[in-house]
Design a protein around this ligand. Structure first.
Ligand code: F6P
Length: 337
């Protein structure tokens, strides 16, 4: 069999470990041919590829980013620009001309949606979920998340000492447009006093009240972790709005830090390397068994898979009854309300 691998959407630590997991298993265990497709679906539109062998799959396990490059190309997005609606047809033709038996799509929500549509037009496709946001439906966890939480937690730890020295409020903005997983996990691991998630909403007066209460109890500094996706009246960076609102509402000097792309860059954690390796291996196993149109996932600690059609268009969000939220509240953490 001959398989193609591509990475699409935002990069994330662990993609290279997945490419290696798929590629080495395919070549060494199953005797398959493997090609890498550059820059996501753009590479499939242009037949921009490379051949993988055991040698060029070595030394990439611990590398951040993706050696294949990535793009946010969505071939099924209907644009008025002439020619764009032909993209799925071009991809199908190129898939056939390249002699592929299966396409492995490593990506987030948008990529899994595209993978499902490609599967519907007759391509053999396997999806591998990746995102630091951990918001892909159907899998307990995505690789990249653990690394991002480690980075964000270390930053929060560092902000603690400067916050307490200056008796300031420190607002830390972490990634997560729709889902607050990074804010919740890094916030709790970093001992944040206030954690604001897009899923829960917040009342700024309650946030200020919590910070003033801490000051009254002899704790003149506070750490506030906000996900980038929380609503704000001015639609600007949420940490900017929250910082100004806290300073105005409490009279306590307040500073903000945006962690941004540092959460996505650099080497994957050992946990994410192993997670990516397991998912990559399982993807290849599905291909060998002829089980296509599925996304590999983690369920109850083990590798599994679900139909791409069940994943497409859904998000895995934090719910208010999550035990970390329940436990945080018991210990005095404010979740904005
Ligand atoms: O990968 C998901 C994510 O990290 C989001 O949390 C973030 O908003 C987004 O990517 C930004 O990525 P880009 O600027 O590459 O579109």
């Amino acid at each position: 069999m001959k398989i193609g691998i591509l990475s699409s959407g935002g990069d994330c630590p662990g993609i290279n470990a997945t490419i290696r997991g798929v590629g080495k298993t395919a070549i060494m265990h199953y005797g398959m041919e493997v090609i890498g497709i550059h820059s996501g679906f753009i590479g499939l539109l242009n037949k921009d590829i490379q051949v993988f062998d055991e040698r060029n799959l070595s030394g990439i396990l611990n590398l951040g980013g993706t050696i294949l490059g990535t793009s946010r190309e969505k071939p099924f997005r209907k644009l008025l620009a002439s020619g764009d609606s032909e993209k799925p047809e071009i991809i199908k033709r190129n898939y056939e001309e390249l002699g592929l038996d299966c396409l492995v799509c490593i990506g987030g929500n948008g990529t899994q949606k595209t993978a499902n549509l490609l599967s519907q037009i007759g391509l053999n496709v396997i999806g591998v979920p990746k995102t630091i946001d951990n918001d892909i439906w159907g899998t307990d966890i995505t690789f990249g998340f653990n690394t991002a939480v480690n980075i964000a937690t270390e930053s929060i730890d560092r902000l603690h000492s400067t916050a307490s020295s200056h008796k300031r409020v420190m607002v830390v903005e972490v990634m997560g447009h729709h889902a607050g997983w990074i804010a919740l996990y890094a916030g709790m691991a970093g001992g944040a006093d206030v954690i604001l998630l897009p899923e829960l909403g917040y009342d700024i007066d309650k946030v200020n009240e919590a910070i003033l209460n801490r000051a009254r109890r002899g704790k003149p500094y506070s750490i506030v972790v906000v996900a980038e996706g929380i609503e704000t009246p001015d639609k600007k960076r949420p940490s900017d709005y929250i910082t100004r609102a806290i300073e105005a509402g409490t009279g306590i000097e307040t500073r903000d830090t945006v962690l941004g792309y540092t959460q996505r860059g650099g080497n994957p954690s050992p946990f994410d390397r192993n997670l990516a390796t397991r998912l990559g291996g399982h993807a290849t196993e599905l291909i060998a068994n002829g089980e296509f149109g599925r996304m590999v996932c983690i369920k109850g600690g083990g590798v599994a898979s679900i139909p791409l059609s069940e994943v497409a268009g859904k998000l895995k969000l934090v719910t208010p009854d999550h035990d970390l939220i329940v436990q945080g509240k018991r210990m005095g953490v404010t979740f904005g309300k």
